[in-house]
Design a protein. Structure first.
Ligand SMILES: [Zn+2]
Length: 74
């Protein structure tokens, strides 16, 4: 887990590496980002969370509201 403390309201919260990896993937971020913009659940302030030394896992498959139909035998 990655610990975050909101610089605005002081609220402390944690984000899982998986959550961050998924969020970055959803934003289209590839490679190794140096920061993640973590939004405080209490006051919505965006806190820049340094990802130095953080090992992000592979993002999980994100379920987009699928309109794309893939053809395949099955
Ligand atoms: Zn806050």
């Amino acid at each position: 887990m990655i610990k975050v403390r909101c610089f605005k309201c002081g609220f402390a919260f944690q984000l899982s590496e998986q959550f961050v990896a998924n969020a970055l993937a959803a934003e289209g971020v590839t490679g190794k980002p140096t920061h993640y913009a973590a939004q405080c659940p209490r006051c919505r302030q965006v806190n820049k969370l340094p990802l130095k030394g953080v090992r992000l896992p592979e993002p999980e498959r994100i379920e987009a509201s699928g309109s794309e139909e893939s053809t395949g035998e099955g």
